[in-house]
Ligand binder design. Sequence first.
Ligand code: NAP
Length: 496
Amino acid sequence: MVNSAVIDQHGAAPVFGLYINGEWRAAASGKSYENRNPARPDDLIGSFASGGTEDVDAAVSAAAEAFTAWSMSSPITRANILYKASEILASRVNEIGRELTREEGKTLKEGIGETSRAVQILRYYAGEAQQPTGEHYPSANPATLLYTVREPLGPCAIITPWNFPIAIPAWKIAPALAFGNTVVFKPATLTPLCAVRLTEALAEAGLPEGVLNLVTGSAGEVGDPLVNDERIIAISFTGSNEVGRQLKMSATARGAKVQLEMGGKNPAIVLADADLEHAVTNVINGAMMSTGQKCTATSRAIVDHRVADELSERLAQRIGALRVGDPQEEATQMGPLISAEAAKRVAGEIDRAKREGLTLLTKDGASTDLGDGYFVRPALFGGVAPDSRLAQEELFGPVLGVIPVDGLDEAIEVANNVRFGLSASLFTRDIGRALTFVRKIQAGVVHVNSETAGAEPQVPFGGYKGSSSYSREQGKAAREFFTQVKTVYLDPPPSA
Ligand code: NAP
């Protein structure tokens, strides 16, 4: 056993371990898997331990063992550790941001930006840990001290996707720890390096042994046994709807507390009175940043028919001019998809839309000049019917459809007519219409005159309908999920 995340070397590539009970170690099976740069698959980032049932068991045992002491520790102690972790991460923002770009494929600006967001989240929860933990109530008996206190749940499983490989783990792990829980963290198979970097920062900041455990590896070998372990009291999951729904069924059947944040099919409504240039910029940013691989990405532009042609033309021109390429180069505006499978799937969806008769407004054809990377050129479709597959399913790639409508009422009806409800935007100069939109739109995060993808860490985040499990993450909402309430009646003893 070694006390560094790098436990071995395969030629020039490092081999990263699991972090269990305060130690970096190889998987019990001794196996590891390769992680490659999606922009240049010949670039081997490293190998990562392939955890399995035995490792999950060890990690959960460590988290269970550490729980009593950690849950009884002072919130001020926890706050200090989180704050120190934020400082450690802050000192490495550029380096880790670059690694994020190399591993996930978003642009450098986004990679560094997301890492800075993780710093901000750790800082925020260092503050939240020091907020009041309960409420004082009047009692029918004037002598009774009647109050509530929020207490931690126990060992929690944190299961995260690859598309925000450091921010999402941070916004789950930080509140879990701040409020006194212990954690077993299973990151996405495709982005283990960011998970290692976050774990290193928290470990170096002084987390006691067993409080945070990282088990890299596959859904079947790590995810399943973790979800089904009776000692895991709560599970916070972000990922696809299919996996989330399945996971909830098995976890709630054994009585676990479960939080799900899942996909979206987010609309940007553009009314005829909107500042069109502002709308174009925000619709493109919402749709194409992170190569369209955000849960909050704009994937439907629902546009008043009076401006639909002009808006579509401007969108097509600007989207067609996006610089697609290696995201490690500063000038790149859009990187690759996360994997060969994802690129194939998204290219297939574009072909299917064309076969179904939708009009592709951007330049046609697969990328030919981008080497072996998993690139797909951004695609804009015009005149899209609201019930088409392109307008209904989360494609999770750089694909946008323009749906023409007649005014705000129809726009809201179309916007709401999907199974998702994560985020939504409206572009208008009319405050009355903005208020109507805010009231009627079925989405958990609502923007007026800004893109669908903005979310700040101090406010609740989550979706309506199929996008969520009706719980919320981030901000003060995280305390709801990661704690339970104890009600205390404290009466004086009878006087002698
Ligand atoms: P995914 O395939 O559902 O995977 C998410 C996580 O769950 C990964 O760590 C995955 O492990 C794990 N997992 C898969 N099957 C499991 C099982 N049976 N038991 C336990 N764990 C299991 O999703 P993804 O492709 O990584 O992420 C993309 C999706 O996430 C999109 O739908 C996107 O909209 C959604 N998302 C939502 C939000 C939000 O806040 N609402 C934010 C970001 C992303 P492996 O990696 O090993 O498969």
